[in-house]
Design a binder for this molecule. Structure first.
Ligand SMILES: Cc1cc2nc3c(=O)[nH]c(=O)nc-3n(C[C@H](O)[C@H](O)[C@H](O)COP(=O)(O)OP(=O)(O)OC[C@H]3O[C@@H](n4cnc5c(N)ncnc54)[C@H](O)[C@@H]3O)c2cc1C
Length: 395
């Protein structure tokens, strides 16, 4: 007689339902990844409307590969631009120091480099999440995270009312000033990088190539690349300032921008002068956290690993988090174990990127002999410039 088929109880999935706090790029990517893994997902977002916040984003292959897995790459490419090359220039003379073409690198890393307006990426993710059955509750400000019936619940303020959203797991994707992080008892005050970012979108000047241009100077740099299908140019002017700004993002002082770049190359000044106004961000990151998770609560995106934008990786890492969390929840049968596995996979990589981004914030703004040494290295790297970060793009 054949052996009886051994009884193997089907492992219970680690979780069936998730509440995500925050509908930024991280929260929405997380909602899509978890929904596709079969979980019920609801998102609570304090804003009443998903309006245009931020400006351009560079999306590197480690992020676009995941967006392709979500089935969103074709739609993304319709609103994004595929830039031709990264062109690093001396901010004062305008002369090119080095240039690396994205095309061959995209082939090497198996997915494209894209530039896109943040609002367009957020709208695309929100639409895709809703089409998959994710409920997004806008105007819902998190006030408490509480244990509930073997699970967890997010208590939010909706107008005058307190509403509880219960789930097996709660993901705090609520940005650099995360309330969920404070709830976990790993509060880390955001660290001011003594840098301000002035952002604007301007019409593309005639004959301007579809490149990501990085102009380097003393205590400042300017990044310019096309967005909105190539119709507009996104400008990010970073300047040094010791005093933090009072507000998180605020209308920028145009006179301060023009003063900071007064002795730069005419092409840089023309670009900045074409902006009708700037929005100003104080740049903050956080020190790597000792842990991201406790019980059934975890963190994702800037809430877990806010980083300086000098590697263009904040949104990309949030998207990587989303895919890793979905994998861990699919693999493990216990929620807390799954969250710990997710944290163990993600924390070392994001900590390394946080530290590398801080390093770049110094390298970009060098002056004197160190600047000459940096420019020499840049010239030598040439087309290999992008492969310096192969561990990020291929990982
Ligand atoms: C100048 C600049 C340039 C950048 N360039 C790039 C780039 O080129 N490439 C790149 O990958 N990244 C870039 N980044 C970083 C990127 O923008 C962020 O890392 C990314 O958007 C973080 O996404 P997130 O979803 O984690 O957080 P956020 O976008 O901050 O979203 C958090 C969400 O949570 C909501 N929320 C907060 N508190 C609550 C609450 N109590 N209740 C409910 N909801 C709440 C907020 O309203 C918000 O919608 C740049 C950043 C800056 C400042």
């Amino acid at each position: 007689m054949a052996d009886p088929i051994p009884f193997r109880p089907r492992p219970r999935p680690a979780a069936r339902s998730v509440v995500v706090v925050g509908a930024g790029i991280g929260g929405l990517a997380c909602a899509i990844a978890l929904r596709r893994a079969g979980l019920t997902v609801q998102v609570v977002e304090q804003a009443r409307k998903l309006k245009e916040v931020g400006a351009g984003l560079q999306l590197t292959p480690n992020a676009t590969r995941i967006l392709r897995d979500f089935g969103l790459l074709t739609r993304l490419e319709q609103v994004a631009v595929t830039p031709r090359s990264l062109d690093v220039r001396n901010g004062y003379s305008g002369a090119s120091l080095t240039r690396a073409h994205y095309g061959p690198a995209a082939t090497r890393y198996g997915a494209p480099f894209l530039v896109v307006h943040r609002a367009e990426l957020q709208a695309l993710l929100a639409e895709a999440a809703q089409a998959e059955g994710v409920h997004i509750a806008l105007g819902s400000d998190l006030t408490a995270v509480e244990p509930a019936f073997g699970g967890v619940r997010a208590v939010v303020k909706q107008g005058e009312n307190l509403v509880a959203h219960g789930a097996d797991i709660l993901v705090g994707a609520d940005g650099v000033r995360s309330d969920v992080r404070a709830h976990l008892g790993v509060a880390r005050p955001p660290v001011f990088a003594q840098r301000l970012a002035f952002r604007a979108t301007v019409p593309v000047p005639p004959r301007h190539p579809p490149d990501v241009r990085l102009y380097l100077g003393r205590n400042a740099h300017l990044v310019a690349y096309p967005v909105k299908g190539g119709a507009m140019l996104n400008l990010v002017a970073i300047v040094r300032q010791m005093e933090p700004v009072a507000r998180w993002s605020a209308p920028g002082d145009s006179a301060a921008v023009h003063a900071a770049f007064a002795d730069w190359a005419p092409e840089v000044r023309r670009l900045l002068e074409s902006a009708s106004h700037f929005l100003c961000w104080g740049l903050y990151d956080i020190e790597p956290l000792p842990r991201w998770s406790s019980g059934r609560v975890t963190l994702l995106g800037d809430a877990a690993h806010a980083m300086l934008p000098f590697l263009a990786q904040g949104a990309a890492q949030a998207i990587e988090d989303a895919a890793a969390l979905a994998r861990a929840l699919g693999r493990e049968s216990d929620a807390a174990t799954a969250l710990k596995a997710y944290e163990a996979e993600r924390l070392p990589r994001t900590a390394r990127i946080q530290s590398e981004a801080r390093r770049n914030s110094m390298i970009y703004h060098l002056s004197g002999a160190p600047r000459l040494a940096r420019d020499l290295v840049l010239r030598r790297q040439g087309a290999g410039l992008l492969d310096r970060y192969g561990w990020i793009y291929g990982g």
